[in-house]
Design a binder for this molecule. Structure first.
Ligand SMILES: [Zn+2]
Ligand SMILES: [Zn+2]
Length: 284
């Protein structure tokens, strides 16, 4: 089977609606696709309602988390597959993350306006169907001609990690995110653990701590990982008894990566499904 376990829709920062996402997944020849929008379940129902025959939908999420290491906190993303979306402690935690992100985006726009840039919060807000985030601000900057491309917004002059207008956001402590997902019957998998271009990556010791806390898998085959990184992560997964997954981390036209660029092997997918007690994969 062709299995892609990490994609985004307009329910977070993708450009395909959830219905377009499943249609495109079928057209790309996938047998299984997971919808994993950031910090919410907003795309699930539309994707399920639009599911084409022959495609299986894995309902998931990608949680913005942070790990405490000696002397520093490292941001990371945690995929969660098939959790019960109504589990109250998880719902409450995600609502806080989204609220803080909207609040942060508002403060970033206000700082740009104070510097004389012609943005408006209403216009940035209107770009998002889910929570407003930095990608929506970046698109606004492009359309206003303030930067040539979205990538140029994620720099020191604007909203890159060391940028003039960067503000940190609330992250869920990763061990809490793992236990919330497990308690909701979901299956936590560490997203792009070796994506060093996105910032600092966590140590192997932290991954071991996550495994002991209930992490089920590592997303080894990801577009941001080179061959050496994949080899090292495969070794780490074997040492810790973790399932190895693969995905495109598709964002529609926002990023060049196509659906199915990287995939998950059948036994790994079956292990993920077997570990879930929240909701079931869906097929039309
Ligand atoms: Zn991610
Ligand atoms: Zn992602």
């Amino acid at each position: 089977m062709r299995i892609d376990l990490h994609t985004h829709s307009t329910a977070s920062d993708g450009t395909d609606s959830p219905a377009e996402l499943v249609a495109n997944a079928a057209a790309a020849g996938l047998d299984v696709v997971a919808i994993t929008d950031h910090d919410g379940f907003g795309g699930w129902d539309e994707a399920a309602a639009a599911l084409p025959a022959g495609l299986t939908l894995v309902r998931g999420i990608e949680i913005s988390a942070a790990a405490d290491e000696v002397g520093r906190s490292v941001d990371l993303h945690l995929l969660g597959y098939l959790p019960d979306p109504a589990y109250p402690p998880l719902v409450a935690e995600l609502a806080e993350v989204r609220d803080s992100r909207v609040h942060r985006a508002r403060r970033i726009v206000a700082a740009m306006v104070a510097d004389g840039h012609p943005l408006s919060w209403e216009s940035v807000r209107a770009r998002a169907q889910g929570a407003v985030g930095r990608p929506h601000i970046a698109s606004e900057l492009v359309d206003l001609g303030l930067v040539p491309t979205v990538s140029d917004a994620f720099t020191d002059a604007w909203i890159g990690p060391h940028g003039r207008y960067y503000l940190s956001e609330r992250k869920v402590p990763v061990l809490r995110a793992i236990s919330l997902l497990r308690d909701a019957g979901g299956v936590p998998v560490f997203a792009h653990p070796g994506a060093s271009k996105r910032g600092t990556t966590v140590s192997d010791e932290t991954v071991a701590t996550m495994a002991a806390a209930g992490l089920v898998g590592l997303e080894v085959d990801h577009p941001d990982h080179d061959e050496a990184t994949r080899t090292a992560l495969r070794g780490l997964a074997a040492d810790l008894g973790l399932v190895v997954t693969g995905s495109s981390d598709y964002h529609g036209s926002r990023k060049p990566t196509l659906l199915g660029t990287n995939t998950t092997a059948d036994p790994a997918y079956e292990a993920v499904v077997a570990a879930a007690t929240g909701v079931l994969p869906l097929s039309a």
